[in-house]
Design a protein around this ligand. Sequence first.
Ligand code: 0WK
Ligand code: BGC
Ligand code: BGC
Length: 925
Amino acid sequence: MDSIGPVGLQQREGAPGCSQEGLPCPSDSSELVLECLQQFKVTETQLQQIQASLLGSMEQALRGQATPASAVRMLPTYVGSTPHGTEQGDFVVLELGATGASLRVLWVTLMGTEGHRMEPQSQEFVIPPEVMLGPGQQLFDFAAHCLSEFLDALPMDKQGLQLGFSFSFPCHQTGLDRSTLISWTKGFRCSGVEGHDVVQLLRDAIERQGAYSIDVVAVVNDTVGTMMGCEPGVGPCEIGLVVDTGTNACYMEEARHVAVLDEDRGRVCISVEWGSFSDDGVLGPVLTTFDHALDRESLNPGAQRWFEKMIGGLYLGELVRLVLAHLAQRGVLFGGCTSPALLSRGSILLDHVAEMEDPLAGAARVHALLQDLGLSVGASDAELVQYVCAAVLTRAARLCAAALAAVLSRLQHSREQQMLQIAVATGGRVFERHPSFLSVLQKTVMLLAPQCDVSFIPSVDGGGRGVAMVTAVAARLAAHRRLLEETLAPFRLNHNQLAAVQAQMREAMVKGLRGEASSLRMLPTYVRATPDGTERGDFLALDLGGTNFRVLLVRVTAGGVKITSQVYSIPEDVAQGSGQQLFDRIVDCIVDFQQKQGLSGQSLPLGFTFSFPCRQLGLDQGILLNWTKGFSASDCEGQDVVCLLREAIGRRQAVELNVVAIVNDTVGTMMSCGYEDPRCEVGLIVGTGTNACYMEELRNVAAVAGDSGHMCINMEWGAFGDDGSLDLLRTCFDANVDQASINPGKQSFEKMISGMYLGEIVRHILLRLTSLGVLFRGQQTQRLQTRDIFKTKFLSEIESDSLALRQVRAILEDLGLPLTSDDALMVLEVCQAVSQRAAQLCGAGVAAVVEKIRENRGLEELTVSVGVDGTLYKLHPHFSGLVAATVRELAPRCEVTFLQSEDGSGKGAALVTAVACRLAQMARV
Ligand code: 0WK
Ligand code: BGC
Ligand code: BGC
């Protein structure tokens, strides 16, 4: 294979185009040809060096380390799996760039696993040179024209056409249907395309053509189409190798090794783009003067791409021509005579080389072809010319083998496999036309990658079927994305919808304050002022209604507030048991706390944060209107809970407690933050439940006598919309959650916002998307059918920016959900949609409150602070930011500061108690 033998030569002195040098004798000619072709000989060592350097460049690019221009690009293709064989449907495929100056349109019918294989229908269109070098719009219009010409001729129904675009140039893909051209190769150089999304350019051209509505759902590199087109029976090909006008390969890489993708599971197809490999260090020694000459006159001189220019079919013919011209000018061939054709670029094409190289018909063809080039072919010329063809071809095949061996080594690395058995799908006319190319390639690969058992599977239709496979997958994913968008659309609230919620809430506030029918009860709390800093003393505080029940000792001194607290649990059976049981449990905890804090026997003033709707008749009187948040203890609703507590204390011997105040957690939170910031006049809770309170003008509070001063109003906005005013926004998922709750029809606003419900809303959406086949391959799992299995805290975890998709998958897998990376992405989007709606609705509520305060005071601008507490608000990565943004949008004349309460509302309850004690003190003196 390495040795190239000599044959006889003719002589002609002084004729134009003939060399003036003395003509060598025949035997010398063949020596001279051999000497000339020597430089096309690439040694095994050189091939191993090229293999190693290419492998190094591949791994550098995978790690996302900036690689010099002359390296491979390693471009992710968003193809994550080899075909399942389940793909079905009719697809149009447009191939541009694989075979140089022609494009091909195919109609491919995939029959899935059951059906037999249908032969694609196709048509090839030659691209005029001025189109390959002209404005990009012209090229894409030409493509759209060919598409409609092809479809016109087809008898099929052409509704809902889905197209896969095989675009064989280096592109940065950001999705299966989004791909930006990096740079043209292979004789193309249209303007206005590099740096642009070629799918959009094709969509625009099809639109301009206006003949057919075609949905371009996928763009694929030809190597990927070749790999995906591999006959399923043969076993999945995991490498796609193309040698046509250009050359390139793709392969299935472990996703975790691709730095630009935050994936840790599964595989992704990488387009190596080895055409741009030009490491002078290892390629310099094998580059010939002919390669340099070819590069100088190429469309992209110096663009390096040495590798492609030594292997790609667009260049092989030219290399042969340059060698023949050189040998002719040296008098070694064709009697030392050249011809204008021999001296003109591109006169020897890939097909010519294939014909001339053909061991059977070759010699005769050589004569015919060279005569067509105006050359007089001597006896030995034909054989010498075949040597030249074989030398150029052999080098190309061996270099290609070195590159393929690099990919095989990479696969051995990434799969930690010593022995690798793999199938390579091959495509391109160099394979089809030059039988020796594959055999040289195979032999050289066995030499360079002896531990790899490689089978070469010629692609049957140039990858058209493979592109249709990818298009089928893309179509399925696009359909899933559409179903996801349709499902989540009702959660995407626009400005007008939010402004409507704000206005409806404002209206409900006014009606509630007037005591008219309203879903907002607007309950007076008998807290008339926020703390003024003069409060002092030790106070006990209870905090019931959130995630945890807490007992606190609050010491208020001149130096500030010192809190000692203990968290106790309220088991569900107690929260949903008898009222007596619940309040006895509360007193047990108090006694336990007093013992631990050495307070036994002391009767400290006690403030009771009771986070449920209570109609207060005074600071220490609160009639429970109805339970919320999973509480339903009997014999409490309609009762004064302060009495219930005192009765429980009474039932417990030797316990003295002085219950001074009952406050809602919103009020406690406002007071607690108001102690630090006197502008804090609003309290907001977004935790298990949600609610808000604010300082209203007493004159506006019909239920309480007096026209001056303020009264803190507990809005109980959780119930907003219970009158149906939110029905336009409520989704079927909200209805599912409401029906399954222990208080259906109640707390509508709360059930769209708060932590007790968001996880359930997400779970119901996931169930729907699974039933639509969009998620988890349509497999409903027992786990996902389980109530409350999807905790709201998962939303906070899944949506945290620092969490890579893989961690999202880990959370979901712990839930026993069989998911793919696309599934994880969709679950993330579902969580985002649900939490975003919750935050926006909450923001619309706060905007209504601060605007009310501003207008109450007839102010142009209002500066106010809002004290906030609640696990969802505090832990969710984006919730607080979205609330603030919505308030800025809906209440632009209010400067609102959100203060996260550090000590919870227990401190606030103690401060309310302290104020009450101070006022009582003053009243006594
Ligand atoms: C902490 C407060 C408490 C309130 C709770 C709400 O001290 O009064 O009820 O926040 O948040 P959750 O615990 O329901 O998330
Ligand atoms: C392109 C590749 C393509 C190869 C084979 C090269 O010029 O950069 O994207 O796969 O040709 O067609
Ligand atoms: C209760 C409110 C409470 C809110 C936050 C709601 O369910 O009705 O009273 O403020 O939860 O805890």
